[in-house]
Ligand binder design. Structure first.
Ligand code: CP
Ligand code: NVA
Length: 294
């Protein structure tokens, strides 16, 4: 693995290695301590973040690396300076550049002009670091290959990385979304026969995992009202959870908009794993950094 731009770019063996390595970090906080001593890691954010920002900074420090956190106000990616020049400059200071951006194409351009590995901390297309944590969380419940994972809601970045990951690890993936909000067609074309798209919310029957995310992602705030109407029948509530397997777990990348895509009752349900999932972001981020730099 040279960069981590999307789960779509990974082969099955690499993804399995990342999840397996994440489990070792989950078992012991001391695992890998100092393994990246002296490493210099850039963490760039073009939009807000809590989990990703904190888990990646803590992961870098616990592995012995030095994190440098940067925001768009100071860098001006593509406005104050061209993406290619930002890549050439940061490359002289940093061993790895992790970035949260609006436009996925900026990550590809960074990867073209920087020698240092580029890690996607969320773009409009994928959220691969989230997916590695999600696969770890699912595997703590049941092997991914034996699981029916159902994502309900917007066919967005989180959905894309999850569906590519579940498909690569041999699980059954369903995406339930209103017409017009389906996942990216190019990605779907890569997982024909492994990911099924439904518009009927009843399609959660028999699921081991129910997953949802916000209806309007960061940058789509202006569409929030229109999306609330389109997604009205797709809220994950206790009835929907009740149609899945009796031991099915609930996942959400967070932040959740309680009362919109999911009810309080489901987020706070005994079978909700959302805070384990958030914790797993730290373990999986260590696995990703170590894989790229170790
Ligand atoms: N799940 C996730 O990426 O959360 P943040 O936006 O808070 O980083
Ligand atoms: N789909 C959401 C995920 C946030 C972690 C967004 O892009 O805003």
């Amino acid at each position: 693995m040279n960069d981590l731009l999307g789960i779509a770019d990974l082969d099955r063996a690499t993804l399995e290695r990342l999840v397996e390595s994440s489990t070792r970090f989950r078992r012991s906080r001391d695992y890998g301590k100092g393994a990246l001593a002296g490493g210099r890691i850039g963490l760039f954010f073009e939009k807000p973040s809590t989990r990703t920002r904190v888990s990646s900074e803590v992961a870098a420090v616990e592995l012995g690396a030095y994190p440098v956190v940067l925001g768009q106000t100071e860098v001006g990616l593509g406005s104050r300076e061209s993406v290619a020049d930002v890549a050439r400059v940061l490359d002289r200071y940093l061993d790895l550049i992790a970035m949260r951006v609006f436009d996925h194409r900026n990550l590809a351009e960074m990867a073209e002009y920087a020698q240092a590995p580029i890690v996607n901390l969320l773009s409009d297309l994928e959220h691969p670091c989230q997916a590695v944590a999600d696969l770890l969380t699912i595997s703590e419940h049941k092997p991914v290959a034996d699981s029916v994972v159902t994502y309900v809601g917007d066919g967005n970045n989180v959905c894309h990385s999850l569906m590519m990951g579940v498909a690569k690890l041999g699980g059954e993936m369903r995406v339930i979304c209103p017409p017009g909000y389906e996942p990216n067609q190019d990605l779907l074309a890569q997982v024909v026969g492994q990911v099924t798209v439904f518009s009927d919310p009843m399609a959660v029957d028999g699921s081991d995992v129910i997953y949802t995310d916000v209806w309007a992602s960061m940058g789509q705030e202006a569409e929030a009202r229109q999306r609330q109407e389109a997604f009205g029948d797709y809220q994950v509530d206790a009835d929907m959870l009740g149609r899945a397997r009796t031991d099915a777990i609930f996942l959400h990348c967070l932040p959740a908009h309680r009362g919109e895509e999911v009810t309080d009752e489901v987020v706070d349900h005994p079978r909700s794993r959302v805070f384990d999932q958030a914790e797993n972001r730290l373990h999986s981020m260590k696995a990703i950094l170590l894989d790229l730099l170790g």
